[in-house]
Write a protein that binds this ligand. Structure first.
Ligand SMILES: [Ca+2]
Ligand SMILES: [Ca+2]
Ligand SMILES: [Ca+2]
Length: 435
């Protein structure tokens, strides 16, 4: 069944329901399914039956225990197992409902089967979980998806849930206006393919948070991403606001990446620490704002911005320390209207150059010292003869300006230089959450 025809079926189902006053339906491992179950003395056994019996606006409260593939044989045809009525979808929430667990995600497990979507949300305004009232949704087979918000669906809230080990995606969220907060996303990828979504205070472990090429206006705020197997926060689409996130110890790839269709991104007050690749890797797009971020201890560059497309950009108050390659790397800044400007930035103690650039560069009021520069002590290393560097009011590790140790020096620089060395004010790095 295509997504379109699936949506049409659900629309017809939803339209046939006549709303009555809101009620609360009960689901329990001790319950029995029937067309009238859900009362406190006659709970349903399955979430699907409660959804079927409910009216839009109702709340479903699910007791502790195991739902879905109860006996773990890989199908849903055994006693007490979910039957959504839709192939490839274990539970379908087809009405505007609030689904809560009574005792929280740790006690309330939904075991998915095969390549199914564990939970498909196909109505506007659905709430799945809240703090300490969510679900654990487990998968594992290739193709399975933890939670899918169907295309066109609006204003879904996901809160207090654990999504674990879905090879087809921990979540695939389409539509718009969603609120995704306080969930744990384990072993996989959450993909936001939607507009105007708030993703706040989530924990990702061995997982990636991605926005799709069609996404727009996603706010990613105050999340923690630990030990991702690829990029930690992987951005495509436009006009996302990425703030106060911490990406730590990624096993390969960058902490934060903006690539492909990525455009008009705000990256502010984020921390990339000890990831195997670059801290922040910006490979595409125009109109970015990159302010107040910290990249420290990453395996490659702290900030790697490729200016092959015209993306003249000011980096304000960004700090790169102790990274394995250059603090800031700017390949491809090869025309006079397309180059980086650094103001109040810090590049200190990196194994590579403080700043490595191929063309034009402006650096003001920044700290650039203690960089190894691959043994050449380069605060700024200009790789090509093209372009020029303007460096003013920076501190190079010595009152006399750039030079040999203890200062960092200018390498490969043949064009206009105006380097002086008053110590700029300390850069304030905003750390909202630290693991
Ligand atoms: Ca089964
Ligand atoms: Ca069976
Ligand atoms: Ca030095």
């Amino acid at each position: 069944m295509t997504k379109l025809s699936f949506a049409a079926v659900l629309l017809a189902l939803t339209a046939s329901v006549t709303a009555v006053s809101a009620a609360t339906l009960q689901v329990s491992n001790l319950g029995t399914d029937s067309s009238s179950c859900g009362g406190s003395s006659s709970p349903c056994r399955t979430i699907s039956q409660a959804v079927s019996n409910a009216n839009p606006g109702d709340t479903i409260v699910v007791g502790p225990g195991l739902y879905g593939d109860i006996n773990g044989d890989g199908d849903l045809n055994d006693a007490g197992e979910e039957n959504s009525g839709f192939s490839g979808k274990t539970i379908v929430i087809s009405k505007t409902l609030v689904l809560l667990s009574r005792d929280g995600a740790g006690a309330t497990i939904i075991r998915n089967v095969g390549s199914a979507d564990a939970i498909s949300i196909a109505a506007n305004g659905v709430t799945l979980g809240k703090k300490a009232k969510g679900f654990t949704v487990r998968g594992g087979s290739p193709g399975s998806v933890g939670v899918r918000v169907e295309p066109g669906v609006t204003s879904v809230t996901l809160m207090g849930n654990v999504f674990d080990n879905h090879a087809g995606g921990l979540g695939v969220l389409s539509g718009s206006g969603h609120n995704v907060r306080n969930n744990w996303w384990l072993n996989g990828t959450l993909t936001i393919d939607a507009s105007t979504v708030l993703v706040r205070d989530n924990l990702f472990v061995a997982a990636t948070l991605a926005t799709s090429s069609g996404s727009n206006g996603v706010t990613i705020d105050r999340n923690q991403v630990n030990r991702s197997t690829g990029v930690g926060i992987d951005l495509q689409g436009s006009s996302h606001n990425v703030r106060r996130n911490v990406v730590v110890a990624g096993l390969s790839g960058a902490g934060f990446r903006c690539a492909g269709t990525c455009s008009g991104i705000t990256l502010q007050d984020n921390v990339a620490r000890r990831n195997n690749g670059h801290g922040f890797e910006i490979l595409a797009g125009t109109g970015h704002t990159i302010t107040g971020n910290l990249a420290t201890g990453n395996g490659s560059s702290g900030f790697y911005l490729n200016f092959t497309a015209p993306t003249a950009l000011t980096l304000l108050r960004n700090t790169a320390t102790n990274n394995g390659a250059a603090g800031f790397t700017f390949p491809g800044s090869t025309d006079s209207s397309n180059y980086p400007t650094l103001v109040n930035c810090v590049s200190v103690g990196n194994q590579g150059d403080g700043i490595q650039v191929s063309g034009y560069l402006v650096v003001n009021k920044s700290n650039i010292y203690g960089n190894v520069g691959a043994g050449f002590n380069c605060g700024i290393n200009k790789l090509s003869g093209f372009g020029s560097i303007s460096a003013t009011q920076n501190f190079w590790g010595s009152p006399s300006g750039p030079g040999s140790d203890p200062a960092d020096q200018l390498c490969g620089v043949t064009s206009v230089i105006d380097a002086s060395s008053p110590l700029p004010s300390e850069v304030k790095v905003s750390l909202q959450r630290q693991p």
